[in-house]
Design a protein around this ligand. Sequence first.
Ligand code: 5GP
Ligand code: MN
Length: 356
Amino acid sequence: MTRRQPGTQGARTEGARPGEGTSDAGTARPELAAGPDETTWQHVLDLIERADEVALACHVSPDGDALGSMLAVGATLRAMGKHVVASFGDREFAVPRLLGFLPGQDLLVPPAAFPAEPDLMITFDSSTLDRLGLLAANASKAREVVVIDHHRSNAGFGTVSLIDPSAAATAVLAEELIYRLGGSLDRDIATGLYAGLATDTGSFRHSSTTPAVHEMAARLVATGLKTDEIARELWDRSPFGYLKVLAAALERAQLEEGLVWTYVSHADRAAYGLPYDEVEGMIDVVRRADEAEVAVVLKQDDLGAWQVSTRSKGAVDVGAICTALGGGGHHNAAGYTSHEDVEQTMARFRELLRMG
Ligand code: 5GP
Ligand code: MN
């Protein structure tokens, strides 16, 4: 039994995040930025209560936080008797191979089967309307759109915002929503939330890994998760071709004044039949370079556009740079899409980096 019992040991003071306020007195806690207020939470619960059907969407090329949070909430809503559909707006709709282990995927429908004008739509981990891809049109026509997210750059593109930039992952807000809906954690729901928490904290390495994050992880793991298996699925598997494509990208990596960068073209991947999502995490290798404060990997998608992943070690706000370039993200991890070629894309990025 891992559900926190309101009013008992797990009770929270008003506005506290899950895991806060649960330990013995005397533990100093940093003040966190305020999350959604009680009125907003209540409004969301009312909207869900009144809805027969709830349409869930997360950002394109979903990561563990986007898809995991969405499927966890989806399972809870279904258990409440709601009709639930869930999707993401990629033109080529397919769950990335490394997220194939996430339970509850029978909720997923391709974007074409998503309600055109949902009464109630909930978005996960999407910082802008654009990030919904094809489903941006559905969100524009929805009667109510609840935006659940933790990106600081999220201006709130829906009718209701459950946005908390201090949350390490959208999964943190998803967990709170599940409890507030009266749901509890089973192993399947916990797996989705854990995928989100582990993904966005860089496997509990980033500075966002607070005591509350570990407390949440403890609640999730207590459901009987196989954390070793999840870690392997998320980070330690690739087709053989990835090694070759990685080698080519690393071979042409460049180091210039605190910046390390490289690119992976569509042709690189095609030579080994490697789908786009297999190279999504390459930035985690490139950012190792000690000499660089900022790392960039340009990944050409199947439509020819460059998806740019950027990382900072702290001194540079890559989130601000990527937002200026039409994307978004966090201070130390952000991205955007470029329709220019590699040289032009990098020239523009360097210019903003220099100005910063
Ligand atoms: P990644 O490099 O792992 O794809 O993304 C790092 C962070 O930047 C994530 O928080 C992701 O949501 C955000 N991000 C990546 N690409 C884009 C983009 O094209 N637009 C926006 N708004 N955010 C992005
Ligand atoms: Mn996230």
